[in-house]
Write a new protein. Structure first.
Length: 497
């Protein structure tokens, strides 16, 4: 059959996908992350119409946070009765599921592996509800007999010393700053911009409503998204709670990848095969401090363009799109960089706020959903953008039911991105003097009261300075009116005069 199809037997193909969720927080019944992954892998095998082999080349698990294992990939193999030549993990980052697909596709094409399991999952909802870990009858890392996992993806540190010193370390602080920079760059009023992002998130919630694997399946109106209430308090201005990624979920997903020859030998029906056509991986300037603008993501533009060009496609040829959606600013940055209308369908799942944001593994759910959608509409193409860090690390994938005309192709435009202009950061006493605010957010406490100002500003020479203040009255003064463009005077880095 492969000869009749003129298909390279080494062509990488996705043959199975599985998604699971568990709403239990009862410590006696709630499942630990690997148990969820085992269910997802079993579902992926059923989806492919196969019995899991006793032995595979590699089991690759996306780095998880809600429980500690000696080797999560080994634990998954043990749970499913599968041995692997390699048990691997990744660094942190929401780009990792797509990066794993890109890496695995390359290795299948080169003949280095032939059958690979990808999985990831979290039980964060249970861990948040059951704070005393000793109450959970889950496997203890120290009791496991397992080899150390292979680290198959190079890590990229995301914070410099100054960002750490000033406590500018959380996505909930930084993505709102992107939002204010986007608003100012568009010369949009605060009300108009709030209405814009509320409508965006309302559309995402409507997609989640129709997604059987979404964590929250209640569609919200734009007014319900924007209205501040005790259950939708302000987190980091201008983001209400519902605009933040929902990491408090118990979810897992798994993908099965193999060569076309292996899929044929296993008897996987041809209408289950989904082909990765192309992929790319890259990152912005490593530290947010050095980005040229808070309103642009040039690496998304270049990385997305590379993936599409390698597939011989334009973004307008793609009907199934899933942009990473941890916060509204991520979607807007991605859409602008890729040449997409913000009103277009930009999620397949409903996004991290509604479908669920299981830390690093959201995009494995995106890819699984894309597989389902492509099988139902075999003439369509799918495009996935995965993001890690602070809109820092990017991975892209293009998928179809038809094999790539020139084989799977992967590349990175990193050298071109590294050559783009970057800003220097003024440090310590060298930051003293006048500056102009370019982006800001106000962090709120759990009662919804302003408590901390975080801002980035530019000196007259183009260098960036950080502004932070725990003065609650000052923070409160930044919650009304537009403050991008305001002049400030610093005593030193992080300190207003």
């Amino acid at each position: 059959m492969l000869l009749r199809m003129a298909l390279d037997p080494r062509t990488p193909v996705l043959i199975g996908q599985g998604q699971v969720l568990d709403r239990s927080v009862d410590p006696t019944t709630a499942k630990h992350p690997v148990a969820l992954m085992a269910e997802a892998l079993t579902a992926a095998a059923l989806d492919a119409g196969i019995t899991l082999p006793n032995e595979v080349d590699s089991i690759r698990v996306v780095r998880l946070l809600s429980w500690k294992y000696a080797n999560a990939a080994h634990a998954l193999g043990t749970a499913c009765g599968v041995r692997a030549h390699e048990y691997a993990t990744t660094p942190h980052g929401g780009n990792m599921p797509q990066t794993l697909v890109n890496m695995t596709a390359d290795q299948i094409l080169r003949g280095e592996v032939d059958f690979v399991v990808l999985a990831g999952g979290e039980s964060a909802r249970t861990r948040a509800a059951v704070r005393d870990a000793s109450l959970l009858p889950w496997p203890a890392a120290e009791s496991e007999s397992a080899p150390p996992p292979s680290h198959i993806v190079e890590d990229l540190p995301l914070l410099n010393d100054e960002e750490i010193r000033l406590g500018i370390v959380m996505p909930v602080q930084i993505y709102p700053m992107f939002e204010t920079a986007l608003r100012a760059a568009a010369n949009r009023s605060m009300q108009d911009h709030d209405e814009r992002i509320s409508a965006l998130w309302s559309r995402f919630s409507a997609v989640a409503r129709d997604n059987e694997w979404a964590w929250t399946r209640t569609a919200l109106t734009a007014d319900e998204v924007s209205r501040v209430t005790p259950n939708n308090r302000m987190i980091g201005l201008p983001y209400r709670k519902v605009m933040n990624s929902n990491n408090q979920v118990n979810m897992a997903a798994s993908l099965i990848m193999c060569s076309a020859a292996r899929a044929e030998a296993l008897g996987v029906p041809r209408d289950r095969w989904v082909f990765p056509l192309s992929g790319s991986d890259c990152h912005e300037h490593q530290f947010v401090s050095n980005r040229w603008s808070f309103a642009e993501t040039p690496a998304v533009a270049r990385g997305g363009q590379v993936a599409l060009q390698l597939a011989g496609l334009h973004i307008n040829d793609i009907s199934l799109i899933d942009l990473y959606s941890c916060f509204p600013s991520a979607v807007q940055l991605g859409a602008t960089s890729l040449g997409l209308d913000i009103a277009a369908p930009l999620t397949l799942t409903g996004g991290l706020s509604f479908a669920g944001g299981p830390w690093n593994n959201y995009v494995m759910h995106s890819i699984a959903t894309a597989m389902q959608r492509l099988r139902n509409a075999p003439r369509e193409k799918a495009f996935i953008w995965a993001n890690g860090g602070y809109a820092t690390k990017h991975a892209f994938g293009v998928y179809a039911m038809q094999p790539p005309a020139n084989g799977f192709r992967h590349d990175s435009p990193q050298a071109e991105i590294d050559a783009l202009p970057r800003r220097e950061l003024a440090l310590g006493d060298d930051a003293a003097g006048d500056a102009t605010i370019e982006a800001y957010s106000v962090m709120h406490d759990r009662e919804g009261a302003p408590e901390r100002l975080v801002a980035a500003a530019l000196r007259h020479d183009g260098r960036r300075v950080w502004v932070v203040s725990d003065d609650r009255s000052l923070a409160a003064s930044f919650t009304s009116g537009e403050h991008v463009g305001d002049s400030v005077t610093l005593r030193r880095s992080g300190e207003l005069a």
